[in-house]
Design a protein around this ligand. Structure first.
Ligand code: M6R
Length: 367
């Protein structure tokens, strides 16, 4: 049932190109000019009445929601807040009927996420669920559902569910933009073309697995490391850090690159690995200057950068992993893949149970 792979996690990482294609299937017009989520019951008038969006989820799904915030704000120009479900419930969030609450859950059974959904509906808001399980509690109770067609995810560490959630956000962002007229047609078509290119681009990253295995093996001797990035790269950094902690038990922290000098630089010492995400062209210079700050204090920096900019970035780092070029907002769907592989190989090198990490369950149905 692992289809020749040693672990479910690795199998699921390799299933991502298919998961992307399946999640996009039937949701775009044949001419590639628009996205149409026919399964949604929300009307155009309702969409026009949305004044704010709350995205609520836990763990990896929360990290997808951080990217979702950038997607919806940039494509539909609606203000978005993303919250961890266990915090959202108890902070008396301001939920009004013109708030759209989006809950994100692979399993659709996470207790805190389900409670957030109920809280939102009690306050008169509509709830859209992004979930991987059609008959789940979250899917049954939400007003609308976008199913991610990632297929069953068995490994505790979420991989293909996360990236399919990103695809769902891109599609929903484009759906909103179509109704609201917030994007130029040329932009919409470029994004759709970019989405279609992603599966093959992921395949080309998977071909670099051997390099990542080596990097992971040398990283696995360290007690602690950092992930840094700006914008959506920071969101991806947070997911990379969680994945590494979860299955390799190596301590790591994700930092917004510009925030380092407000305290964290004190932890940078000789030889500490820093994984820098440098995929956002508009922010290159800024992130490179943060990389120089950690390099000057002895950090060993691995950068994940786009094809085309890698020569420039390579000058400032110790190792570089180039990923295919895509539109900046789509980059998380590529940049996370090497981080998934790094975690997998680090866990393997340390002899841990990759698919069933200690202390954790696949689905958290208690608060
Ligand atoms: O089923 P859900 O998406 O609601 O689960 C949420 C988290 O428990 C989950 O993403 C967790 O963080 C993963 N094990 C991370 O890999």
């Amino acid at each position: 049932e692992k289809a020749g792979f040693d672990h479910f996690m690795l199998k699921e990482i390799y299933e991502q190109p298919k998961a992307y294609r399946d999640t996009m299937l039937g949701r775009m017009a044949d001419d590639g000019k628009s996205v149409n989520l026919k399964e949604l019951s929300m009307s155009a008038d309702y969409i026009k009445s949305i004044r704010k969006v709350h995205i609520v989820a836990c763990g990896t799904a929360y990290h997808a929601g951080l990217v979702g915030k950038s997607v919806i704000e940039s494509l539909a120009r609606i203000p978005v807040e993303t919250d961890v479900a266990s915090e959202y419930r108890y902070r008396s969030p301001i939920i009004t009927p013109d708030t759209l609450v989006i809950v994100v859950s692979q399993s659709g059974e996470t207790a805190d996420t389900l409670a957030a959904l109920r809280e939102a509906q009690k306050n008169g808001a509509k709830v859209l669920a992004i979930t991987n399980v059609v008959g789940s509690s979250v899917a049954r109770e939400a007003d609308d559902v976008i199913v991610t067609w990632a297929g069953p995810e068995i490994a505790v560490a979420s991989t293909k569910a996360y990236t399919s959630q990103l695809i769902a956000f891109y599609l929903f962002g484009l759906h909103l933009a179509g109704v609201l007229g917030t994007q130029e047609q040329a932009e919409v078509e470029a994004l759709i073309a970019g989405l279609h290119a992603l599966p093959e681009q992921v395949e080309s990253i998977l071909e670099q697995a051997a390099v990542l295995k080596q990097v992971a093996e040398s990283m696995s001797h360290h007690k602690s490391l950092f992930f840094i990035g700006r914008g959506v790269d920071y969101a991806v950094a947070q997911e990379g850090s969680l994945k590494l902690k979860e299955i390799s038990y190596i301590h790591s922290e994700a930092y917004a690159a510009g925030e380092l000098k407000h305290g964290t630089l004190a932890l940078i010492e000789e030889g500490i690995p820093v994984i820098a995400l440098v995929t956002q062209e508009a922010l290159y210079e800024k992130t490179l200057s943060n990389i120089k700050e950690v390099k000057a204090r002895g950090a060993h920096v691995l950068a994940v950068a786009n094809n085309g900019s890698e020569e420039e970035v390579a000058k400032s780092v110790d190792e570089i992993l180039a990923i295919p070029k895509t539109l900046p907002i789509l980059s998380p769907a590529l940049a996370v893949v090497p981080l998934q592989l790094l975690s997998y190989y680090a866990s393997l090198a340390l002899g841990h149970d990759v698919d069933k990490p200690r202390n954790l369950a696949k689905s958290v149905t208690v608060e």
